[in-house]
Design a protein around this ligand. Sequence first.
Ligand SMILES: Cc1cc2nc3c(=O)[nH]c(=O)nc-3n(C[C@H](O)[C@H](O)[C@H](O)COP(=O)(O)O)c2cc1C
Length: 463
Amino acid sequence: MARLIIGAMVRALGAYPSGWRYPGAHRDPRGDAGVLRLTARLAERARLDHLFFGDWLSTGPELAHRDPYLLARIDPLSAVAHLAAVTERIGLVATVDSSYADPYSVARATASIDLLSGGRVGLNLVTTADARAAGNHGLDAERVHPSRYERAVEFETVLKRLWDSFDDGAIVADASTGDFLDPEGVHEARFRGTHLRVDGALNAVRPVQGHPPIIRSGASPASRLIAARSADLALVAADDLAHAVAVREELRALAFESGRDDRTLKVIAPVLPIVAETRAGAQAIADELSELVRLVEDWPDGPPSGFPAERSLASLSPLVGVDLQGVSPDLAVTPAIAAQFGQAGQQLVEIVAERTGRTPAGLRPPTLRHLVVAAAVTAPIIVGTADDVATEFEAWGEAGAVDGFNVLSAVQPSQFEAFTSLVAPELQRRGLLPRAYEGTTLREHLGLGRPDSVHSALGALHG
Ligand SMILES: Cc1cc2nc3c(=O)[nH]c(=O)nc-3n(C[C@H](O)[C@H](O)[C@H](O)COP(=O)(O)O)c2cc1C
């Protein structure tokens, strides 16, 4: 099987809502710099292809319960610029929101980081669903939302024109003749769209990669279309293998219809492995993490405002088909109780058994809390040994479901250490991850060529 693309989706406080509470976990964002540097070193030693920094353009106290890592975080372009200096080979992907960012500034920052890192930057272009982001940028969400994809398309077009402002040979720098610049090799962007107007040229030389790879992450038909037409990498959330196969096929078909070589669109999915040397050890970690998630019932006088309502027995009741009002979340689910559950409830019991090793008939039965957490925390979790995780990765790759994965870590740094020291070598043993970096740029890691300048194409068009 061809090798997989393996990246790490970096969340300094861990990607599981209770990850920061796990013994030994990093838990104070004031110390994020150290965790980012450690993550980068571990990832590079394991020969991962990239580090991926998502983003969210607002904050609020309720995030402390749902997604604590979003509450206060280092901005992605700053993170990748910093990590470019302490790494040598790994790709560095920063998220930018095209609804609020200024394309000239983004083109300049990414061209600069591409040069600083020797061609290792990538750009995850999103159109956030976060309504608060608009207010933080002096705009109305109701006005931004309907046109976000139109602006996103314009944004990408402008970026590419700006990146290509200087032809590769435009800077002559010939000391003997005194010729510094070939003025024919400098191009204005001259873009006039509905949402964006940019003159250009960009005051940065063409990026080492020509165009840093563009990643798109989204779920709606509009976001799929934009990814299919021009993204280098699509990050898609898939419920299961069959869903992932369908999404990748749809993306590839849309790419083909749009006239591009569909093999140049790579598709990866987020995954959250919980790993240890033994399966029982991994299940013990998953078990402890679910017990550390607080539920609505943990506050006798009601939860704090904004607390996720789905973390409650009230939400579990209709799922399992039994009224659980007034019951303790720590009630053990015995075979007699499980027998009363409907099909969805039985499935939850199976998920909890797979993740924690707890079965109703076993010595340690699951509790209602385990079931609430399994239903409410919707991350794509795999619990097991390095062999278990690699086998799952290989199955997804062989089925044509994905070209690779973006790995999330439940607890930082211990679970990322476990992934890089246990799973990465197993992936290498199976030929799914190279033992040494084969290329120097992120494009090369992704198996992509260096694109021609859009101005050479425009020039040819205009004769
Ligand atoms: C796997 C994945 C990762 C995403 N990461 C981000 C992110 O870091 N920041 C962000 O604002 N939106 C992120 N999104 C959200 C998308 O950009 C988009 O806002 C969301 O999917 C809703 O838009 P849609 O309905 O058009 O898909 C992500 C989506 C997916 C599926």
